[in-house]
Write a protein that binds this ligand. Structure first.
Ligand SMILES: [Fe+2]
Length: 286
């Protein structure tokens, strides 16, 4: 069903989730920080991640990862920031020099020592919000989700503590918004405060887009959960590429994680990287 670059599905609309084009990608063409998987596979079908346990019907990206080309870029990118719910962006908040100073500071040690115990009213949290305010505007005060790091060397990092297993590619379900209304759900802003790049991976179709591709234009997306729809899509289109974005230290990704299949990936991350997240409705500043 998929054509050459893997993103187009016969009889279906093109992907409805885009990467907001950065100045670097406009100036230099294909973005070296973006790579594409060869598709996805069942986490049960491969002996991966050193025997790490995945939950039922989990999917992970399938390598090798390849650089994007000009044809990919025409499908992947947009310059239009007017619909944040359909955009994934990487924004730079701190310069390399600022991050180097931060990593040598007492503040960094305190933050990673307290990690999840850092208060939303902490001065450093407010510094992050001030930096974010230069590029995005939250419509209401965002929720704060603490600081954390992920184990390295994993295809996907999200872990369900209730079952003690990794979940693989998934749609977030913080607010329980029905599948058909996920374009109205909050976005996630995740800032890399660590010393190495980390990687955000996602599939560039919305929950409704995956439902239409999997079940046709008739039917009600609300009849299934977002994760049931996502797993149906991955089962039907195993060669559909997953997009991997490199998020450098001092940068943040902004993504509609309640409306797309996604996860973090630490395969090429040498040491644990601390990050923090906010969730809210927002607009991009021009
Ligand atoms: Fe997630």
């Amino acid at each position: 069903m998929s054509c050459s670059n893997g993103f187009e599905i016969v009889g279906m609309d093109p992907p409805d989730i885009k990467i907001l084009r950065t100045v670097a990608s406009r100036e230099f063409g294909p973005d070296p920080t973006v790579t594409l998987s060869s598709g996805t596979c069942s986490a049960d079908s491969l002996a991966i991640d050193g025997g790490i346990a995945f939950g039922p019907n989990a999917f992970v990206p399938l390598g090798p990862w390849r650089p994007v080309n000009q044809d990919d870029c025409r499908i992947l990118y947009t310059d239009d920031a007017s619909t944040p719910a359909s955009i994934v962006a990487v924004v730079q908040l701190f310069t390399r020099a600022e991050m180097a100073l931060f990593h040598e500071s007492q503040c960094y040690g305190e933050v990673i020592n307290r990690s999840a115990g850092v208060s939303p009213s902490d001065q450093f949290v407010n510094t992050l919000l001030d930096k974010l305010d230069r590029v995005i505007q939250f419509r209401n005060r965002p929720s704060f989700h603490g600081f954390a790091s992920d184990p390295v060397g994993l295809h996907t990092v999200s872990y369900d503590e209730s079952i003690g297993k990794y979940v693989g590619l998934h749609v977030d379900t913080w607010d329980g918004t029905p599948s058909g209304q996920r374009k109205d759900a909050k976005l996630r802003v995740c800032i890399n405060i660590g010393e190495y790049s980390r990687f955000f991976i996602f599939l560039n179709r919305s929950v409704v887009g995956m439902y239409r591709a999997s079940f046709g234009s008739e039917g009600d997306p609300n009849s299934l959960t977002p994760n049931e729809i996502g797993k149906a899509f991955l089962s039907r289109f195993p060669s559909y590429p997953i997009v991997r974005l490199e998020v450098h230290p001092g940068c943040a990704y902004v993504a509609p994680t309640e409306n797309i299949l996604h996860d973090g990936c630490t395969l090429d991350v040498p040491r644990p990287v601390y990050h923090t997240a906010f969730r809210g409705l927002l607009d991009y500043r021009s």
